[in-house]
Design a protein around this ligand. Structure first.
Ligand code: PLP
Length: 395
């Protein structure tokens, strides 16, 4: 396929070794893992191996992994079941959660649950001190994502979980963007529930997992999908064995690569930012640069419409917002939560660097964007007004 792919927060290309294991599974491991005959047992064997691999990625036990159809289902199950487990008290979620979390919280609020949305600061980070204030009234459930899909900003989930648990709340984190990019350890984080999605870490789409803590305390979820009692009765339905096998392989590769890949992607991201800021004025990074995923850079190009910029760089795949919400032309609610004005929010581009990107690609993209931004600004009366006489006008 032609073009340069810099949209790894939207999805990732399955690793060739993942494709290979999935193909082998479809050919040889196609049995039903619940069957006792040889075909069934072969499917069970490869399924069990995948469960061990996914668990290892987050330092969980294999029997704490519940396979689902993806991050959206994991988030739904965590919140809907968490709300059943704690029928009293409020549900707390950060303002920059993915819609899979926010919309589920809103659905629970429509059913009568109290919902408190927690603000983030201008860097896109939840302040643990402000969070402590939100815990003063009874709390049932807290959901704060580990890394944000638009900004890549990383939340202090460990501190949040500690405080929330001291108040008896169930704690959930959406680690869909963080897993495979950061070292994620459920014991160190101290959360009860954690969501994963295979397609964000070089695995296939339509498969994910929910970590469900088994000790200190043991969390028992009521199913949202009833049927044959699969996944220890918590999620029925014959398992998507090829998808899970691909997920397992992708997790195993990430576990080996996370540290080295993180360092390489941070280098590429810094290179991209250095090249853009050398060529262009009036640009800035949205969200903390310090507490951020290695491959993410979210940049506002003032006086330029994000959509026009995207049209000018049609051989480069980037996003002008979260892929899941960019069907609407509303400014990103994530950027608005940081206090970014509508105009700057509309001028923002999310770059998501990933495993297969190279320094040459980064240099090409930076040069191409700089050219298009300069061209668009040449016809922007606002940019001209702000830079009368070639000097930025003082605010
Ligand atoms: N949570 C986050 C943070 C995401 O970025 C996404 C996907 O963009 C999801 C959940 C949903 O995951 P899935 O696409 O596997 O349903």
């Amino acid at each position: 396929m032609k073009g340069i792919y810099l949209d790894h927060n939207a999805t990732t290309r399955p690793h060739p070794a993942v494709v290979e294991e999935m193909r082998a599974c479809l050919e040889e491991g196609w049995g039903n893992p619940s069957s006792s005959h040889a075909q069934g047992q072969e499917a069970r064997r490869i399924l069990d191996r995948a469960r061990v691999r996914v668990a290892a990625l987050i330092s969980a036990d294999p029997d704490e992994i519940l396979f689902t159809s993806g991050g959206t289902e994991s988030d739904n199950q965590a919140l809907r079941c968490g709300a059943v487990l704690r029928p009293e008290g409020a549900i707390l979620a950060s303002a920059i959660e993915h819609s899979a979390v926010l919309d589920t919280c809103k659905a629970l609020a429509r059913q009568g649950r109290e919902l408190r949305i927690l603000p983030v600061d201008a860097e896109g980070i939840l302040d643990p001190a402000a969070f402590a204030g939100a815990l003063e009234d009874p709390v049932a459930l807290v959901s704060v994502m580990l890394a944000n899909n638009d900004l890549g900003t990383i939340q202090p989930v460990r501190e949040i979980a500690l405080q929330a648990k001291a108040r008896g709340a169930i704690t959930h984190t959406d680690a869909v963007q963080a897993a495979g990019k950061l070292a994620v350890n459920v014991r160190a984080l101290g959360v009860d529930l954690l969501s994963l999605s295979a397609h964000k870490l070089y695995g296939p789409k339509g498969v994910g997992a929910l970590f469900v803590r088994r000790r200190n305390p043991r969390v028992l979820l009521t199913p949202i999908i009833d049927g044959g009692g699969h996944e220890r009765g918590m999620r029925s339905g014959t398992l998507n064995v090829p998808g899970i096998v691909g997920f397992g392989k992708a997790a195993a590769i990430c576990r080996q690569e996370t540290a080295a890949e993180g360092a390489r992607l941070t280098g590429l991201r810094d290179r991209l930012w250095a090249a853009l800021s050398r060529e262009l004025d009036d640009i800035h990074v949205n969200g903390s640069i310090e507490h951020r995923l290695p491959g993410n850079l979210n940049v506002s190009f003032a006086y330029v419409e994000g959509e026009s910029l995207l049209m000018g760089i049609n051989d480069v795949a980037v996003s002008s917002g979260s892929a899941c919400t960019s069907a609407t032309l509303e400014p990103s609610y994530v950027l608005k939560a940081l206090g970014t004005g509508d105009e700057l929010a509309h001028s923002s581009i999310r770059f998501g660097l990933g495993r297969f990107n190279t320094a040459e690609e980064v240099d090409y993209v930076a040069a191409k964007i700089a050219g298009v931004v300069k061209r668009l600004r040449e016809i922007s009366p606002l940019y001209e007004m702000a830079h009368e006489g070639g000097r930025p006008k003082q605010a």
